[in-house]
Design a protein around this ligand. Structure first.
Ligand code: GUN
Length: 292
C-alpha cells in the first residue's frame, strides 16, 4: 500500500515558517501585500481566489481582492496592472487564469512588473528559471519540489515522466526536474496528446507527475510497482450523491494507483494546498527584496 503524501501538513509547516518572516517584516513596518485579480465568475477560479485571500489573511499579509466583470476590456485590465505595478502596498500581482477569450493572456502577463510576478509566468521569470537563475518559481511546480523534499524523495538519477505540457505545470516542472540542482538531476520524459504510447512511457516512471487535467486518466495498470505518483489534477466530476452536485478527483485513479505506488498525493489535500503556499512564499520573498 502506498504512503499518502499529506500536502496539507507540509503546507501548514511551511506557512508557520512564513508567518514568522511576516512577523519580522511587520516589526520593520512592512506588510507583504498581494493583489488578486479575477475576471468573471467561473466557479473553480472563484474558489481558488477565495482560498488565496483567506490564506493571505491567516498569515497576517495584506490581500487586495479585485473582482471585475468578464466583459472588462483588455485596455482597462492593462491600466489596472499599471496601477498595481506602481502601488507601494503591493508586492505581488496575480491575475487568475484562464482569462476571457477577448483578452490576450500573454499581453497581460508581460505587463506585470517582473519584480511583482509572484506567479512566475512572465517571460523574464520563465527565462531566468530555465537559466537556473534566482527568480519566482511558478507555484504548483515549486510546491511539487517541496512535497518531494519533505517526503525524503530524491529525483537524482531517477526517471521522471510528466503527463501534460501546460505553461503552468508541465513545461516548468519537467524543466526543474532535470536541472543540475538538489531538486533535479532526473532524466525526464514529457508526454502529451501527441505521445504514441502513453502507457509504455508511464510504466517507465520512477516518479510520475500527472498534470493533464483529465479525470482519472492514469489507471493502475499504467504505474510501475514502487513508483512515486504526484497528481496535479483538480477535476470536478458530476456526482448526484453529493450535496454540491460534483466531487473533486485527480488525473490519477487513486484507489488503483495505491496498489502499485510507493508514495502518492491525494486529491484534494495533496498538491493543491502547496500551490497557494508557494504563492505566499513568493509574495514574502518579493516583500523582503523590497525591504532590502
Ligand atoms: N489558474 C490555475 N492555476 C493558476 C495559478 O497558479 N495562477 C494563476 N494566475 N492562475 C491559475
Amino acid at each position: 500500500m502506498a504512503t499518502i503524501i499529506d500536502g496539507k501538513a507540509v503546507a501548514q509547516d511551511l506557512r508557520g515558517k512564513l508567518a514568522e518572516r511576516v512577523k519580522d517584516m511587520k516589526a520593520s513596518g512592512v506588510v507583504p501585500g498581494l493583489a488578486v485579480v479575477l475576471l468573471g465568475d467561473d466557479p473553480a477560479s472563484r474558489s481558488y481566489v477565495t482560498a488565496k485571500e483567506k490564506s493571505c489573511e491567516e498569515l497576517g499579509m495584506y490581500s487586495r481582492d479585485i473582482r471585475l466583470p468578464a466583459e472588462t476590456s483588455e485596455e482597462d485590465l492593462l491600466k489596472l496592472i499599471g496601477e498595481l505595478n506602481g502601488d507601494e502596498a503591493i508586492d505581488g500581482i496575480l491575475v487568475q487564469l484562464p482569462l476571457p477569450s477577448h483578452i490576450d493572456e500573454q499581453k497581460i502577463i508581460v505587463a506585470i512588473d517582473p519584480s511583482k510576478d509572484v506567479d512566475g509566468f512572465h517571460p523574464m521569470s520563465v527565462g531566468r528559471m530555465l537559466l537556473e537563475q534566482d527568480t519566482f518559481l511558478p507555484c504548483t511546480p515549486h510546491g511539487i519540489l517541496k512535497l518531494l523534499e519533505y517526503s525524503g524523495i530524491s529525483a537524482r538519477g531517477k526517471k521522471v515522466v510528466v503527463v501534460g505540457r501546460s505553461n503552468i505545470v508541465g513545461k516548468p516542472i519537467s524543466n526543474l526536474m532535470f536541472q543540475k540542482q538538489s531538486w533535479g538531476n532526473a532524466t525526464v520524459t514529457v508526454c502529451h496528446t501527441g505521445t504514441a504510447d502513453l502507457k509504455k512511457e508511464t510504466l517507465e516512471a520512477d516518479i510520475l507527475i500527472a498534470a493533464a487535467g483529465r479525470p482519472e486518466m492514469i489507471t493502475g495498470d499504467m504505474i510501475k510497482k514502487g513508483a512515486v505518483v504526484i497528481d496535479v489534477g483538480v477535476n470536478r466530476v458530476e456526482d448526484s450523491s453529493k450535496k454540491r452536485g460534483y466531487r473533486l478527483c485527480g488525473d490519477v485513479a487513486f484507489d488503483q494507483a495505491c496498489e502499485s505506488a510507493s508514495f502518492i498525493t491525494p486529491v484534494p489535500g495533496g498538491v493543491g494546498p502547496m500551490t497557494i503556499t508557494m504563492l505566499l512564499f513568493n509574495t514574502v520573498k518579493s516583500a523582503e527584496a523590497r525591504l532590502g
